[in-house]
Design a protein. Structure first.
Length: 284
């Protein structure tokens, strides 16, 4: 039995200042072709990834129930990477368009989808998500837009493009790297100088987004687009803050269950390293 979740050596990583990018801004959209295999191993094949899947899947089940599954739904997985969550949806008989900027990620996803016996359920689009409307001929019942905005030069513009692909009555499922969570982690690690400097990005951490997004901004962008927010969940509300000091008694299964229990109530929503929010487009 796994007694401890897979944590890093310490949640407080003290690095010399020269390892920080003092600009702290995204100058172009991130393409993961150069580190696709590393991304899959470190993000999807980890305890952190398992918690993310478990929390967000609960929300997706609620979303699918709201949409109704009497007929096959059209799903757009925008910037979907390995498409792990949309594969779970495809297993229920729904059709998925998977779009990604990285040809390497798409190739890995296609192999994984083929191994799962779901290839007939998928259509693959290699393109920037901002150009997705050039590759699809109808709006989707459900759009997944998970852990993408924090890697983009203009996250709001991209979100607006994605939201335009949701059909009236459809739902957008959006997950983003939470600025509150990033700030809180640095606070409990005592990185006050780093905070005062604006929390510049650490160059060496290629899998860490350069910046988080303020939750209130994302909520406002959804509402400005005319969507009604149906639910919010904090993703990894405490796991990433646990010190690896070998104190306490718990299993990884207990950690996952507690994350699922706390994730939809404050203050835990706002402390999640990521936040998942889903919103519905009006019928009119």
């Amino acid at each position: 039995m796994c007694i401890k979740p897979l944590l890093t050596a310490s949640i407080c990583e003290n690095k010399p200042l020269e390892e920080y990018d003092n600009e702290g801004t995204v100058t172009e959209d991130r393409n993961f072709d150069d580190i696709a295999h590393k991304f899959v191993k470190n993000i999807y094949g980890s305890g952190k990834g398992e918690i993310r899947q478990a929390v967000v899947w609960q929300d997706l089940e609620s979303i699918l129930k709201t949409l109704g599954e009497s007929t096959s739904l059209d799903i757009l997985d925008a910037g979907g990477g390995l498409a792990q969550l949309s594969q779970q949806i495809a297993h229920r008989g729904h059709k998925v368009t998977l779009c990604d900027l990285s040809s390497q990620m798409l190739a890995l996803a296609e192999k994984d989808i083929e191994d799962a016996g779901l290839l007939s359920q998928y259509r693959f689009v290699h393109a920037p998500l901002q150009d997705i409307e050039q590759h699809i001929d109808k709006q989707a019942d459900l759009v997944l837009f998970h852990a993408v905005m924090e890697w983009l030069k203009d996250p709001r513009e991209a979100l607006d493009v994605v939201l335009s692909q949701v059909k009236p009555g459809g739902i957008a499922s959006v997950m983003f790297y939470n600025q509150n969570g990033l700030l809180f982690k640095n606070l409990i690690c005592g990185n006050l100088t780093h905070i005062e400097e604006g929390m510049p990005h650490r160059k060496r951490f290629k899998l860490q987004p350069q910046k988080g997004l303020p939750p209130e901004d994302v909520y406002q962008w959804l509402e400005d687009a005319g969507f009604t927010i149906l639910g919010k969940s904090g993703v990894r509300t405490f796991h990433d803050y646990m010190k690896d000091t070998r104190t306490g008694e718990y299993t990884f299964e207990q950690v996952v269950a507690m994350e699922q229990k706390l994730c939809r109530q404050e203050p835990f929503i706002s402390l999640g390293r990521y936040i998942h929010v889903y919103a519905q487009k009006p019928l009119d």
